[in-house]
Design a protein around this ligand. Structure first.
Ligand SMILES: NC(=O)CC(=O)C(=O)O
Length: 271
């Protein structure tokens, strides 16, 4: 199946973890009449984006947040790309992890953020995910009823090599739960998503949480969806909201056939 309806939810992040899931339940109920096939959330949608809080909010895979996400996917009969959450493994390490559930509530995708968001921009944003997070070490592409889908988290998408690998592994849509900020958002948000989409001739969906000026980390918002031709299908502003679109993944095949960037690569020259 190539056609799908994708809903991207840009929501407020409450400090009460479970309140975020109650909010999600209400949002999915309100969305139900639009019959989305896939619902997508932002990076750390149920934990304030602060390094000291990641270990406090972290849960193992299969924990209460995971179970509630699986229940919601099944209850509403949708594929749920559940943003990202802090995940604790059996050895006490904490990851920034994105889970994806199918319509039956089964986990079909999981990605641990590979590239740590450690930046120090003079006069702008400072952040050091590696203070409390451990990086993952895998490129993630998983099977869905719509074909292969790529998954990475925010800073990961700044690395063209990872997106290229996902596409060479079969992805025609890349999901990116993300949280740019007031420094990087204005400079690079739309530019990055359009660049990755044009280079890889695939749909890219970037979903952020809404901006909260009182938060320790002020998210840029601007959830967006970009086509394989590089067109911005829609971009939100910084406020809470939902965006719903019908996309046809075979459009990526059409663009790749008309402008054969992927098939005309000369790997032997780039080595
Ligand atoms: N949350 C992030 O990883 C933010 C990011 O990538 C950025 O450039 O900003």
């Amino acid at each position: 199946m190539n056609g799908m309806k994708i809903a991207q939810i840009q929501s407020h992040v409450y400090s009460d973890k479970m309140k975020n899931l109650e909010q999600l339940d209400r949002q999915m109920e309100e969305l139900a009449w639009r019959k989305p096939d896939l619902v997508m959330l932002g990076e750390m949608f149920c934990c304030p984006y602060e390094t000291k809080l990641f270990p406090v909010y972290a849960e193992p895979e299969g924990g209460p947040v995971w179970r509630e996400l699986s229940r919601l996917a099944k209850g509403y009969g949708v594929c749920l790309a559940a943003g990202s959450v802090p995940e604790r493994d059996g050895e006490g390490r904490v990851y920034n992890t994105a889970y994806v559930f199918d319509r039956a509530g089964r986990q079909i995708g999981k990605h641990r953020k590979v590239h740590m968001f450690d930046i120090q921009v003079e006069g702008g944003q400072h952040f050091k995910e590696s203070e409390t997070l451990t990086p993952g070490d895998k490129c993630t592409v998983f099977d869905t009823e719509f074909g292969k889908v790529g998954l990475c988290i925010c800073f990961d998408f700044r690395f063209p090599e990872l997106a290229r690998k996902m596409v060479l592994d079969g992805a025609r849509l890349i999901l990116v739960p993300a949280a740019f900020n007031m420094t990087t958002g204005l400079a690079h948000w739309e530019l990055m998503f359009r660049s990755r989409a044009v280079d890889n001739q695939c749909f890219v969906a970037g979903t952020s949480c809404a901006r909260d000026r009182e938060a320790g980390y002020v998210a840029w918002g601007h959830t967006l969806l970009v086509s394989p031709w590089g067109d911005v299908i829609e971009e939100m502003d910084e406020r809470e909201g939902v965006m719903v679109h019908d996309i046809d993944l075979s459009y990526a095949d059409k663009v790749r056939a008309e402008l054969p960037l992927l098939s005309a690569r000369r790997e032997e020259v780039y080595r």
